[in-house]
Every structure is written in C-alpha cells, then in structure tokens.
Design a protein around this ligand. Structure first.
Ligand code: ADP
Length: 405
C-alpha cells in the first residue's frame, strides 16, 4: 500500500505546470465521465471514462455538438436549452443534476446520471458535465420493482386462499362437528336404554333405529366432510406446487398439442355427442406440459358444460396479435352469466356443481400457469348460448429473430 506523501517544507512550491498535471491526472483517472462544452454546446474536452461510456474516442467528440451524445428529441433541443439558460439563468440540470438518457456511438440508449456545473471564465463560460452510466442500477431497480409486484400478487393470492380456506373448509367442518354431537347424543341415549333392566318394546325399537339409521347416517356425513376437507387440502397443495414447478419455455407446435389433447378426450367427446373442430393454430413459446394442462382443462370444461338440449359444438382457433399468439376455445354450452364470469377463476369456485364433477380448481391453475409464462386467460360468454375462452401466450415474434447464415 502506498500513502499520499505530505509535502515537505523543502519541496518546491507547485508551479502552474504541476497543477495542470494534477488536474489532468484527476480527469484521466476519474470513474465518472467528464465532458466540458462551451457556450454553444461544442465539446471541448473529454476524459477516458466518457470515451468508454459513449464508445467514441476523444478525437471523435471534441469540436462537435454535445447533442451527438443524446437521443432525439433532446439532441435537437439542447442548443435551445443552453440559449434559454444563458438568457434567463433558469437551470434544469446545471447545478442540480438529474437522470437523463444518453446515446452511445452504436446508437443504443442508456440511462445516466448527469450533473452539470458552470465555470465562468474571462472569455466566456464553460459547462462541465459529470456522467455516470446507471444501466446496472436501473436494471436492479426494475428487478426490485418486478419482485415487489410479484410479492404483492402473491400476497393477494394468499389472502384469497385464506379467505377461501376459512369459507370452504368451514362448511364440512361444521358438518363434522354437528354430526359428532349427534353421535354423542345417540350414545347417551343408548347408554340410557342399556341401563334399564327390562327395556320396553318402544325402547328396543328406538335402539334398533338409532343403530340402523341415525348412527350410520351421522358417520356418512362425518366421512363425507372429512373427504371434502381432504380434497380441498389436496387442491391447495396442487395449486401451491405450481408456483415452484420449473418451466421450460420452447417453441410449441400448437396444432400437435391440441390434436394430442383432443385424441386423449375422444371418449368424453363421443359420450357427450359433441363435435370438436380445430383450425390451423399459430405456434407459441411456452412450457409444453403446463400449456397442455391449460388446454386440456379448457377443452374438458367446454365438453363438461355443454347443453344437453342441443348437439355440442366446440371450435378451437388461433391468431397472431402483435407478439402474442391468441387462442380461442368456443363452445355452444350452457354459458356463464356476466356477474359470474370473473369468479370462475377463483379457487374452488363452481357455478353449477350439479352439472358435472369437478373441483373448481382448473381455471385457477390455468390462470396461474399462464401468468408464469407471460400469458393470460379471459372469456366472453352468453348464458344459454355458449362461452369462448381466450388464451394468450408469447408468440414466436416475441423472441429475437434468428439470423440466417
Ligand atoms: P371445475 O370445472 O372443476 O368446476 P374450473 O376451475 O375448471 O373447475 O371451472 C370453474 C367453474 O367455471 C366451473 O365449475 C363452471 O361452473 C364454470 N365453467 C368453466 N368452463 C365453463 C364453460 N365452458 N361453460 C360454462 N361454465 C364453465
């Protein structure tokens, strides 16, 4: 380690050349980019850090207007900024500093912290700009904001789960409590009868009824409640595992994916007497297993909630919209009333439990899967006429295009 040497009494006083050398050394070694411009915005000097930040050599910058280091429209307006400042003395950056966008030699833009100080010289003024490239800081801030957003989402999801847990787990629990009390009442009654030395025929009849009807009935309700709780807890587990499952994004041939699902559902389709037609579908970028799960669920619903009063028709189609592939699964089933439409995505929410078996979890899971992959699910529906579920996923255009060699 070296330490700064204190000037000794015998050292000669630093001359003007010495000062200039020191200043030069500071400029050369500064981490911040330092650029000086004159009153017309012409670059006078540039330090090595500024060369590195902007990708121009000092020779390429000096003598040119500082606008070359800014994107439009700042570049065109910069001369006005300076003129305005010189006229009014009102500063926007000078002496204040702020975050602006810089433009590198290769044309790319980047965020930078810029502070400008003004130096009054005998022959005019000079402005010194101190520049720090804050690309990494901004990226870290963006990551943090994204993290905060996803935490907020997770929090909302947890709130929903707690809410649903308290409601949906409560009703089977209430049943279990009620029928357990009923069982203890029956036991007390049986004990009373057994304590009698010679039970009357009525007492015997009641014992027989309690054993044949009341006890089995209470046990049935208790078991059904336990099964319901078990399936709700299994559902929670399936849902929570989704957030941790690894995803592998690849180009998906949606024609093959939907054809496989329809083939696997052939039995259900025939039993429902339905007809499924599939148009040519655009490819997308997503995880194969998870996306298959989404389409299997939406198609399964389309079949389950058909109207038995008319032949079922299900049509699958897809289009490319900007950088997204948007798929539609349209059915002519029972439909969903407008007020219930947003609720179909709520965990365990079922509109017509008597129509078909299910857990009320499929669409919640589909929504979660799509969110994780940069997609979305939504629907339009008319009660009595049918529903269309829309699924959007990143299209192939959302990835950088490969250059053909
Ligand atoms: P599940 O089908 O197991 O009940 P989902 O989460 O897949 O659970 O669907 C939630 C609810 O949305 C279903 O119970 C049903 O009431 C309604 N639903 C879903 N798809 C359709 C459809 N295509 N037509 C009519 N109702 C539907």
């Amino acid at each position: 380690m070296t330490s700064a040497r204190q000037p000794a009494a015998t050292d000669p006083a630093p001359g003007p050349g010495d000062n200039a050398a020191r200043l030069q050394a500071i400029l050369e070694t500064a981490v911040e980019g330092i650029i000086t411009i004159d009153e017309r915005g012409i670059i006078e000097s540039v330090n090595p850090a500024a060369e590195k930040i902007f990708g121009y050599s000092a020779a390429e910058m000096t003598g040119r207007n500082v606008g070359m280091l800014m994107p439009a429209p700042d570049a065109e307006r910069h001369d006005d900024y300076i003129r305005n400042y010189l006229r009014t003395g009102r500063a926007k950056i000078i002496g204040i500093g702020r975050e602006v966008t810089g433009r590198r030699k290769d044309g790319t833009h980047f965020p930078m912290d810029l502070s400008v100080s003004e130096v009054r010289l005998a022959h005019g003024r000079m402005f010194t700009g101190f520049i720090r490239d804050i690309t990494e800081r901004k990226a870290a801030e963006a990551r943090l904001a994204e993290l905060a957003r996803s935490l907020e989402e997770k929090n909302k999801e947890l709130e929903t789960i707690v809410y649903v847990a308290s409601h949906d787990l409560r009703s089977p629990l209430v049943n279990i409590q009620g029928f357990s009390q009923e069982l203890s009442r029956v036991c007390a009654r049986l004990r009373q009868h057994l304590a009698q030395p010679a039970p009357s025929p009525e007492a015997r009849a009641e014992v027989a009824r309690l054993l044949a009807e009341d006890i089995p009935e209470s046990i049935d309700f208790i078991l059904a409640g336990a099964r319901k709780i078990d399936s709700l807890l299994a559902g929670f587990l399936r849902f929570s595992r989704l957030g941790r499952a690894a995803i592998r994004i690849e180009n998906l041939d949606m024609n093959a994916l939907v054809a496989d699902i329809v083939r696997a559902m052939e039995f259900q389709i025939q039993r429902a007497g339905a007809r499924v037609t599939v148009e040519n579908l655009p490819p997308c970028r997503a995880d194969l297993t998870l996306t298959s799960q989404v389409f299997a669920n939406v198609l399964d619903n389309a079949i389950k909630y058909l109207d038995p009063g008319r032949p079922g028709l299900i049509h699958v189609s897809g289009v490319v919209e900007a950088d997204q592939a948007v798929f539609q699964v349209a059915d002519n089933g029972i439909g969903i009333a407008p007020e219930h439409q947003p609720r179909v995505f709520e965990i365990f929410h079922r509109l017509n439990p008597s129509v078909a078996p299910g857990e009320g979890l499929g669409l919640t899971i589909a929504q979660r899967i799509l969110e994780r992959q940069g997609g979305r699910i939504w629907l339009t529906s008319e009660p009595g006429r049918g529903s269309t579920f829309f699924v959007s996923l990143p299209g192939l255009a959302s990835t950088p295009k490969r250059v053909r060699s």
